[in-house]
Design a protein around this ligand. Structure first.
Ligand SMILES: [Zn+2]
Length: 419
């Protein structure tokens, strides 16, 4: 009985002790919750996102504005509603460097393709020459950093589709001299260099013999190799033969879009990491989730079969009508999911942003409609616990590191060949 009495006492003491501690514990946890909320409520995080975007270089590795400008002339120095990119919105989003795509459609072939390349380069250089206080060319990462310090928006050039190279390796040197810093070796059809993920015909089972020469020459010239439209076999062979790291300038993760070869597989993400390269995530919803992939591909097929541009009034009307009943817009959270997936597989040093603005029609993520939206993505990354240092790598440092590395490899190749 005594024991029971003792037990009762002990239990009572415990009960009293617990009862007296619970409010204290509750108060402590409420205070700590409150202080955590006070430390990082959403508006604080949003302010932090804006600050990060203002104080760090933001580089976007793929924007098709020159092609949009070619089709529907506008003015990127002021608000230009028809484009996803212009200077006022770039400033709002904190964007500092825009890899400006010189796009040569496969149907143009070699001669016409070269003409188009010259026309688009003229459009880009018009801005750097006419507004030297606003825009500047950039041939290397140092130019990007200096332009940033001088409050200038960098407009480095890149070529999408190697078709106009023809069978002439010498043309690569011409492109280099024009300021082209990377080349997407293929586009929607197998060309003389590489198979394309969009093409059912696998002409080369990867790279062609000439493609191997192109890789070698791009290494020598210090032009980055972009495999964003290539097949898996072509990417493997490029990784095998390139002496420099490679980039995927505007691709997302196949993990979220099974069977869609346009996106990069987990295995390839790891091999790109092994070679110190970088995967730049495409914001186009046609790369972000399987439903959007299916619906956007229906639209792309419709544009192709009718010959109606996605940027024309008729193309836009058709898209808007289709959009009423079919999902074609993902969101910033999904873009962040893709970024995180690369980080999980390859670490923080191998991912960046290659939005594909002006090349995605109306398939923008609903909360990332144009180049003013980078803070929205940074906010999402902050919410997931990434630090400013991590985010800075995603915003530009990873791409700039790879670019520097490609230039270093070229320097060492040229040194060893001159000995
Ligand atoms: Zn593309």
């Amino acid at each position: 009985m005594n024991i029971q009495a003792n037990d009762y006492e002990v239990k009572s003491i415990r009960k009293i002790t617990l009862l007296s501690i619970i409010p204290v514990l509750l108060a402590v946890s409420l205070v700590s919750c409150k202080s955590r909320l006070q430390e990082k409520p959403e508006d604080e995080l949003w302010k932090k996102a804006l600050k990060i975007c203002k104080n760090n270089i933001i580089l976007d590795s793929h924007n098709d504005w020159p092609h949009r400008h070619f089709l529907f002339p506008g003015d990127i120095s002021k608000k230009w509603a028809r484009s996803d990119f212009d200077l006022p919105r770039a400033k709002k989003g904190g964007l500092n460097a825009v890899l400006s795509v010189v796009f040569a459609s496969s149907s143009l072939g070699v001669e016409e393709g070269r003409g188009r390349i010259d026309s688009l380069i003229r459009i880009i250089s018009y801005y750097t020459k006419t507004y030297p206080d606003k825009f500047a060319p950039a041939l290397n990462p140092d130019d990007i950093k200096n332009n940033y310090k001088n409050n200038l928006l960098s407009l480095p050039l890149c070529l999408e589709n190697g078709t106009p190279i023809g069978d002439d390796l010498g043309y690569l040197e011409y492109l280099k001299n024009q300021g082209i810093v990377y080349i997407t070796i293929s586009y929607d059809k197998a060309n003389q260099i590489s198979d394309s993920s969009y093409d059912t015909i696998r002409k080369w089972d990867g790279l062609s013999p000439f493609g191997l020469e192109v890789i070698k020459e791009m290494n020598r010239l210090g032009i980055m190799i972009d495999i964003s439209h290539s097949t898996d076999s072509a990417v493997f062979q490029t990784l095998q033969h390139s002496k420099a790291p490679i980039i995927a300038s505007h691709s997302s993760c196949r993990h979220f879009t099974p069977g869609y070869e346009r996106n990069i597989s987990d295995t390839l993400i790891k091999v790109i990491e092994d070679k110190n390269g970088v995967v730049m995530i495409n914001f186009g919803s046609f790369c972000l989730d399987s439903v959007c992939v299916k619906n956007c591909n229906y639209l792309f097929d419709w544009y192709d079969s009718t010959g109606i541009s996605m940027h024309s009034e008729e193309g836009i009307d058709f898209t808007l009508k289709y959009k009423e009943t079919h999902k074609i817009n993902s969101d910033a959270k999904t873009v962040a999911d893709h970024i995180e997936h690369v980080i999980k597989l390859a670490g923080i040093d191998h991912v960046g942003m290659g939005s594909d603005y002006n090349g995605m029609g109306l398939s923008h993520p609903s909360d990332l409609p144009d180049v003013s939206g980078y803070p929205v993505l940074v906010f999402e990354l902050l919410k997931r616990g990434y630090t400013e240092e991590d985010i800075n790598k995603i915003l530009s440092e990873n791409f700039l590191r790879v670019w520097n590395n490609v230039i270093e490899v070229a320097d060492s190749l040229n040194k060893s060949s001159s000995i």
